[in-house]
Design a protein around this ligand. Structure first.
Ligand SMILES: CSC[C@H]1O[C@H](OP(=O)(O)O)[C@H](O)[C@@H]1O
Length: 368
């Protein structure tokens, strides 16, 4: 599995070249293509077209990207530099609306710039680099801890069904939903994973099946409409998914199709777990109704994967990229701070309190 983490990095920063290097996930599983992004347009396009995707990976890409783009700014006065920062921030914000990690990472980079406003611009840029690298390293630590907590809910030999890709390719390393699978593999748990192909963009078929096979995990690919069959046959003992935005009451936005899985899991008496870092919990979002659901182009449904068009010309298409699973269908939400069960907001508020205390104690990790 170690090879997986070195061979298939979703996103990394090339400081020498001042560029964000991503593994183009629209070329997987057929080709491993790495892209070097050094302009705000290239970063925006990569996020918008899911060349890099997954909430944490999107946040890390935005943090690396705004550092790379700001490093090229020639402004010497803070006000001019900050104006350039804000322009790039707003542009990146427009790339995809649902995953909160994008705006959360940009807000954290902005706090870094404002915290260091008295420094020369050259030193502010250095602080931005440290902040962006800290965002990536903290994500890697979070994913590992999510795996440890989630593994405590699972037993060797279990069948696990997952949806979309919330694995190593969606984060810095390990993954969220797949973190316990990789940790379990290191400890001989021999999980059997069932991955939904996840129409229309097939992240399950193209990415989850790819990375799990790369890591030697027992993986069976199914079409989305087969999930009920494998649950009814008793092959699945847990459904584990990632998340793109969690509201304070526990309602969770994740890849479209997730809420249907939660309903099926409840019907079959199978626990349904949402795994993700606390950075995916949106404090300003009281419930799922407040979550903006990205809608994407019809060609992803009608044309994308077929040698020829598989739908009537000009047929109306509805293509929501996400849906919201109500908190009452979620057995537990697992983050790097622990395992939350309903009523979720009590635990979330406690976690946020712990976070504020931790950052007050350590100060800003990026202060020189
Ligand atoms: C670890 S977050 C993964 C999360 O992101 C995916 O969405 P997309 O592929 O559109 O970025 C999906 O919702 C996954 O659960």
């Amino acid at each position: 599995m170690g090879q997986l983490f070195t061979d298939l990095q979703a996103v990394r920063l090339d400081v020498e070249a001042n560029a964000v290097i991503i593994l183009d996930q629209t070329s997987l599983p057929g080709e491993k293509v790495y892209l070097s992004l050094s302009t705000k347009e290239a970063v925006w396009d990569a996020i918008h077209r899911l060349k890099v995707r997954g909430a944490p990976a999107i946040g890390i890409t935005a943090a690396y990207g705004i550092y790379v783009c700001c490093k090229s700014l020639r402004a010497r006065k803070f006000d001019d530099f900050y104006k350039g920062f804000v322009e790039i921030r707003d542009y990146f914000e427009s790339s995809r609306p649902t995953a909160v990690n994008l705006s959360a990472a940009l807000e954290r980079m902005e706090r870094c710039v404002l915290r260091n406003r008295e420094l020369p611009v050259s030193r502010i840029k250095r602080q931005m680099l440290r902040e962006a690298l800290a965002i990536r390293d903290e994500d890697a630590a979070s994913c590992h801890r999510i795996g440890v907590y989630a593994l405590s809910l699972l037993r060797p030999g279990m069948g696990i069904l997952t949806h979309c890709n919330a694995g190593h390719l969606a984060v810095s390393e390990y993954g969220t939903a797949l973190a316990p699978v990789y940790l379990g593999q290191q400890q001989g748990y021999n999980f059997k994973v069932y991955a939904d192909e996840t129409r229309p963009l097939l992240q399950g078929a193209r990415l989850t099946a790819y990375e799990l096979r790369y890591a030697g995990v027992d993986i069976t690919l199914i079409c989305d409409n087969m999930a009920s069959v494998v649950m009814r046959k008793g092959w699945v003992q847990a459904v584990i998914v990632g998340c793109d935005r969690i509201a304070m009451n526990g309602d969770t936005a994740n890849k479209v199709g997730t809420s249907g899985l939660a309903i099926m899991a409840r019907h079959y008496g199978i626990p349904f777990y949402v795994l993700g870092p606390t950075s995916t919990i949106d404090r300003r979002c009281p419930d799922g109704n407040a979550i903006v659901i990205e809608e994407r182009g019809s060609e992803e449904v009608t044309d994308m994967w077929y040698a020829r068009r598989m739908a009537p010309d000009d047929v109306k298409v509805y293509n929501p990229a996400f849906d919201v699973t109500p908190a009452n269908l979620i057995t537990a939400i697992v983050t790097e701070r622990g395992i939350a069960r309903a009523p979720y907001n009590e635990t979330f508020e406690r976690w946020f309190g712990e976070e504020e205390k931790d950052s007050a104690e350590t100060g800003s990790k990026t202060e020189e």
